[in-house]
Design a protein around this ligand. Structure first.
Ligand code: NAD
Length: 364
């Protein structure tokens, strides 16, 4: 059956980087006859300009009928003064919540050719390969009550609430354990169980779900220690699972270990396995239109899509290997440029990945 992929290029560098990912998807159709169909829609600032809202009804309908979604990025200075309800980011939050995308998978992978790009010593980060599984639709970012109020003494206070229901913890735990099973079978659950009851409960449920995954070695770590360990010795981790806010912070920290925001993909999955795939970076308005953005995070997002939503892991691996080949050839966009490498444009980088996929003989 045809698998429908919705492409949402978005704003800033979004159209430039998704154009390169589309080249890869078209190659999958022509070279390997994969039964995929591409749809295109508007989201973010460009959608606001065209329709007055950042997530038009037509886009949401296409998203609901798609098997997977590839997103570039949204936002830019020209939309920052808009009412918060119609800002580009609302389109992103709207699609995540409409599709119930509760599991955010963010790999932090350092290609050996880019070891010098990290701020940490090469021996600490070389061959780094961590997967952070972040709960995306619950926790303190969503729980009620919340707000800013006047107290009885007349002083104002800001307040938020941290709630995790058992079902929310169980479903993210299953994603994390399953992900660990597909890797090195080690899972570290990150919490603050010593001071937050909600995460004491998190630890209890994660420990219970572990009984269904006896092959996975589960450990627990407090979030402050996890932040320190990520910088001290990141290679000790295989898969990490954590709450929405802790995951927000730790995954950015882990991403920067690799030193290259333009290299890292992400996936946000719902209970049916439908996912939205996007680079972790934003719309980079400072370089938009210059043809210098790194398209590899978006191309690697296609690989994640093939692995997690379309059940085509073989092709995911080929794309990841092709990215390794172009890096080994010394090709670099400006964000990852280093002496003795060749600086190339966005489309030359995309074409090089296509060539690497085309030239390798997969018959053996
Ligand atoms: P950003 O990630 O867009 O850019 C940060 C820096 O990294 C910039 O110097 C940029 O040039 C560089 N960069 C980012 N991606 C790159 C790539 N592929 N190749 C080369 N260099 C790259 O973050 P920002 O500047 O804080 O935000 C810009 C806009 O993006 C804002 O409107 C923000 O709201 C939005 N944003 C969107 C998303 C998303 O769509 N998921 C995520 C983060 C930020």
């Amino acid at each position: 059956m045809t698998q429908r992929i919705l492409i949402l290029a978005g704003d800033g560098i979004g159209p430039e980087i998704t154009a390169e990912a589309v080249k890869i998807l078209k190659l999958l159709q022509t070279r390997w006859n994969l039964d995929i169909a591409l749809d295109f829609g508007l989201i973010g600032g460009c959608a606001y300009d065209a329709t007055g809202v950042p997530l038009p009804k037509e886009t949401l309908e296409l998203a609901q009928h798609a098997d997977a979604i590839l997103l570039g990025a949204v936002g830019g200075p020209q939309w920052e003064s808009l009412d918060i309800k119609v800002r580009p980011e609302k389109g992103l939050l709207g699609i995540r919540s409409a599709l119930g995308l509760f599991a955010n998978l963010r790999p932090a992978i350092l290609y050996p050719q880019l070891a010098a790009a990290s701020t940490l010593k090469p021996e600490v980060v070389s061959n780094l390969d961590i997967m952070i599984v972040r709960e995306l639709t619950g926790g303190i970012y969503f729980s009620q009550p919340r707000g800013i109020r006047q107290t009885d003494t007349g002083e104002r206070e800001g307040f938020n609430t941290l709630v995790y229901r058992e079902s929310e913890i169980r479903r993210i735990a299953k994603v994390a354990f399953t992900t660990a099973m597909e890797r090195d079978s080690r899972l570290c659950s990150v919490d603050k169980a010593n001071v937050l009851e909600a995460t004491e409960f998190w630890r209890e449920i994660i420990t219970d779900v572990a009984k269904d995954f006896p092959k996975v070695k589960l450990s627990h770590m407090y979030v402050d220690n996890a932040a320190m360990q990520l910088v001290r010795n990141p290679k000790q981790f295989d898969v990490m699972v954590t709450t929405n806010m802790f995951g927000d912070i730790l995954s950015d920290c882990a991403a920067m270990l690799t030193g290259s925001i333009g290299m890292l993909p992400s996936a946000s999955l719902n209970e049916q396995g439908k996912g939205m795939y996007e680079p972790i970076h934003g719309s980079a308005p400072d370089i938009a239109g210059k043809g210098i953005a790194n398209p590899l995070a978006t191309i690697l997002s296609v690989a994640m899509m093939l692995r997690y939503s379309l059940d085509m892991p073989k092709y995911a691996q080929r794309i990841e290997e092709a990215v390794g080949i172009v890096l080994a050839q010394g090709l670099r966009t400006s964000d990852i440029y280093a002496p003795n490498t060749t600086e190339v444009s966005t489309d030359t980088m995309g074409d090089a990945v296509v060539a690497a996929l085309t030239n390798v003989d997969y018959s053996s």
